[in-house]
Design a protein around this ligand. Structure first.
Ligand code: GLU
Length: 617
C-alpha cells in the first residue's frame, strides 16, 4: 500500500492565530441595545480533531452534530442513519452552511458488497426560469450586482433537495425512521446550543443583509444583535419543522403548508426597510412537488491501483478531481521532490478546470464527456499544453474531447473551446463522513451555497433558503454547459469521495469551499496516495488553489512553506482573500487493517471540527 509516512506537520501558526482571534459581537441596529443575557452552555463542548478505534465513526465540523451521529451508531443504527441524524444536527448548529433549505450529494459504499452509489440532491432551477434574462434586473436590463443583491434574492433560490436526499437514503438503506433520526436535532434546536465563534462570525459577516429580511433578523439578530459567543441559541421554528417532517416524511416539506410557506417566501421575500432590492423568484408549488433526487453510480477512476469514486454531474467534483488525477498519473510523483509535485498539481488542476468550464454541466441537459476527461490518452494530450519545468501562463484553453490521440501535435491544444470560467461559488458548505460497524461508509457534502444562503428564513420555519442558482453562469451563452435552463441543476464543485483498494475502503473524505473543494480534495488525495502522508497530516497541511486563473491563491502558511520553492517555476502566487485566509475544512476517515479506523476533522480552520469513533482503542 502506501510506503512513506511523515512526521505530523507542526500546527500552522498563522492559522492557529486566526482561529483564536476574538470576535467582537457588534450591534447591527441600535448600538445602545443591551447585549443578550449570556446563559451557560447546555453541555460542555469539546472538539477532537482525530480519533482512532473501531465500531464505527463520525466526523463533521461540529461537536454536537458528531455526538448525535455517534449516538445513532452506538444504539445500533447504520452509517446512513447516522449521516442523516448528523446532517440534521448541522442544520441546527451550522445553519449558514447547510440545512433543509439547500441541497447536496451523498455517496455510500456498501460494507458487504463494496458497491458505491450516489444521491444527487442538488437544487434545481424552477420550471418557469427564464433563460437569457434570469439574472437581469427588469427595471434596467442590466445584470443584478452579484453581492449582496443577487445573492439575497428569491431569484437565486433553487428547489431544495436535502429532505428528499434524506428520505431516499433512508428508504434504500436506512434502519431507522426519519422521525427517530430527526428527533435529536429537533431537541437540539428546541433546547439550544452554545454559540461558538464561527456561528457569531457568520452572523456578523451577514448582519447587514440579515437585518433587512424580517424573518431572518428575528431569528439570527435577536434585539438587533449578533448572538454572543457562549450564549445559548434556540430555534423552536426549526424544531417544529423537523417534528413535522419526522411525522409525515418528505411530503411534509414538498407538499402542503411548508411548501406553500417556501413558495410564498420566495415570491414575496419578507423585506424590511433597507437598500436591498431582494427580487422575487420563480419557484412554484409544482417545482417542489415534482422535485426528485437522482440515484447514480459514482464516477470511478483507477488511480495507481486504487479506485477513486467521485461525484458525477450535476457536480463537477468527480470529473475535475478525476481528470487532474488522470493527468498526474502520467508522472511518477512519489519519486519527485515536493516542489515538483506541487508544481505538477497546480498545472494538472488548471488543465482540468479549463475543461470543466467548457464541458461540464448538469448531465440531464448536457452530454458530459466523462470518458474522455478520464482517459489516459486524453491526459497525455492535455499534458502537451503545460510543462513540468515552468508554469504556463493562465488561463489555459480547454482541450478537444472529440479528437485526441495522446500526441503532442502542434496546434492540437488550440482546437478546444475556451469558455471563460465564471466563478461565483461561495466557500461555506459542510462535509461529513460516517462509517458503521458493518463497514458501510457515507461521504456527504451539503450546502445552502453562500454563507447564510439567500439570507431569507422561511417565516416560522427556522431555516434559510439556498441561493444555489448563482452557481449557474450568470450571463447566458449558447455553448456554455452551465447556462441556466428550467429544471436544470447548477454545476457544483462538491466532491464527496471514497477511495477503495480492491473494493475495500481505504479513505473517505470531502470538504467545503466552493470551487476550492476540488483543489482541496485533489491535494488530499495526492498527499495521501502519492506523498504517503497520513490523512491527519493531509487535512492539516496548508493549501493553495489553481483553478485556471492567472494567480495561484494560497493560505499564508502555504506561501511560507512553498512560496520560495514555487516562484522559480514562474507561478504568480498571492494570499487568498477567502474568509480567514483559509481554504477548505476537510473531514475524512482512514481505514486501517482489520476494523480499525482513524476519523479526522479539520484541526484549526473555521474553529475546527470533531471526529469520534465508537470504541476507542
Ligand atoms: N455551491 C457550491 C457548490 O455547489 C458549494 C458552496 C460551498 O462550498 O460553499 O459547489
Amino acid at each position: 500500500m502506501r510506503i512513506l509516512r511523515r512526521a505530523p506537520l507542526a500546527l500552522v501558526p498563522a492559522l492557529a492565530a486566526l482561529a483564536l482571534a476574538p470576535v467582537a459581537p457588534q450591534a447591527v441596529a441600535d448600538p445602545t441595545t443591551p447585549a443578550p443575557v449570556t446563559e451557560p452552555a447546555p453541555r460542555a463542548v469539546t472538539r477532537l480533531a482525530t480519533d482512532e478505534g473501531t465500531g464505527g465513526a463520525v466526523t463533521s465540523v461540529d461537536p454536537e452534530a458528531t455526538r448525535i451521529g455517534l449516538k445513532v451508531l452506538e444504539s445500533g443504527g447504520n452509517a446512513v442513519d447516522a449521516a442523516v441524524a448528523t446532517a440534521a444536527a448541522l442544520g441546527v448548529t451550522e445553519p449558514f452552511s447547510a440545512g433543509i433549505g439547500g441541497g447536496g450529494y451523498l455517496m455510500r459504499l456498501d460494507g458487504r458488497t463494496g458497491k458505491v452509489l450516489t444521491i444527487d440532491g442538488r437544487e434545481s432551477a424552477p420550471s418557469r426560469s427564464p433563460k437569457r434574462t434570469m439574472f437581469l434586473d427588469p427595471a434596467t436590463g442590466d445584470p443584478y450586482p452579484f453581492y449582496p443583491d443577487l445573492v439575497t434574492s428569491g431569484l437565486a433560490v433553487g428547489t431544495p433537495g436535502t429532505v428528499a436526499t434524506w428520505e431516499e437514503a433512508l428508504e434504500r438503506w436506512g434502519s431507522r425512521s426519519m422521525r427517530t433520526l430527526l428527533r435529536p436535532a429537533a431537541e437540539l434546536a428546541r433546547d439550544g446550543f452554545e454559540v461558538d465563534r464561527t456561528f457569531a462570525e457568520q452572523v456578523e459577516a451577514n448582519a447587514d443583509r440579515f437585518a433587512q429580511i424580517g424573518s431572518t433578523a428575528a431569528l439570527f439578530l435577536p434585539d438587533g444583535q449578533t448572538p454572543a459567543v457562549g450564549s445559548t441559541f434556540r430555534n423552536p421554528g426549526l424544531a417544529k419543522t423537523y417534528d413535522q417532517i419526522g411525522r409525515q416524511g418528505a411530503k411534509a416539506f414538498y407538499r402542503g403548508r411548508i411548501a406553500r410557506n417556501i413558495v410564498r417566501t420566495v415570491k414575496a421575500p419578507p423585506v424590511l426597510d433597507g437598500d436591498l432590492p431582494v427580487p422575487p423568484g420563480h419557484l412554484r408549488e409544482k417545482d417542489l412537488k415534482t422535485y426528485d433526487v437522482r440515484v447514480r453510480k459514482p464516477l470511478t477512476l483507477d488511480y495507481r491501483g486504487f479506485e477513486v469514486h467521485g461525484m458525477g454531474s450535476s457536480s463537477s467534483g468527480g470529473s475535475t478531481v478525476g481528470q487532474a488525477l488522470a493527468i498526474l498519473e502520467r508522472m511518477p510523483l512519489s519519486s519527485w521532490t515536493d516542489e515538483r509535485v506541487q508544481h505538477a498539481v497546480l498545472e494538472a488542476s488548471a488543465l482540468a478546470f479549463a475543461d470543466r468550464a467548457a464541458y461540464v454541466g448538469d448531465r440531464d441537459f448536457v452530454k458530459v464527456p466523462d470518458e474522455a476527461l478520464l482517459d489516459p490518452e486524453y491526459a497525455d494530450e492535455r499534458l502537451c499544453a503545460v510543462s513540468m519545468a515552468q508554469a504556463t501562463p493562465k488561463p489555459l484553453d480547454a482541450g478537444d474531447v472529440r479528437r485526441y490521440d495522446g500526441r503532442c501535435e502542434p496546434g492540437a491544444e488550440r482546437e478546444g473551446t475556451s469558455v471563460e470560467a465564471e466563478d461565483h461559488e461561495n466557500t461555506e458548505t459542510t462535509h461529513l463522513v460516517v462509517t458503521d460497524r458493518w463497514g458501510t461508509v457515507v461521504s456527504y457534502t451539503l450546502t445552502i451555497e453562500q454563507t447564510g444562503g439567500a439570507g431569507i428564513v422561511v417565516p416560522g420555519r427556522g431555516f434559510l433558503l439556498n441561493n444555489e442558482l448563482t452557481d449557474f453562469s450568470l450571463t447566458w451563452k449558447r455553448r456554455d454547459p452551465n447556462r441556466v435552463e428550467p429544471g436544470k441543476r447548477p454545476r457544483s464543485s462538491m466532491a464527496p469521495t471514497i477511495v477503495t483498494e480492491k473494493g475495500k475502503p481505504l479513505v473517505a473524505l470531502g470538504s467545503p469551499g466552493g470551487s476550492t473543494i476540488i483543489t482541496t480534495v485533489l491535494g488530499l488525495l495526492v498527499d495521501f496516495i502519492d506523498r504517503g502522508q497520513t490523512l491527519e497530516d493531509a487535512v492539516a497541511a496548508p493549501r493553495a488553489t489553481q483553478r485556471n486563473t492567472v494567480w495561484v491563491d494560497a493560505e499564508p502558511a502555504w506561501l511560507e512553506a512553498w512560496g520560495g520553492d514555487l516562484e522559480p517555476f514562474g507561478h504568480l502566487l498571492r494570499e487568498t482573500t477567502l474568509p480567514g485566509g483559509e481554504i477548505g475544512a476537510a473531514t475524512g476517515i482512514e481505514f486501517l487493517r482489520g476494523k480499525q479506523v482513524i476519523a479526522v476533522a479539520e484541526p484549526v480552520r473555521r474553529g475546527g471540527g470533531d471526529a469520534r469513533v465508537v470504541d476507542r482503542r
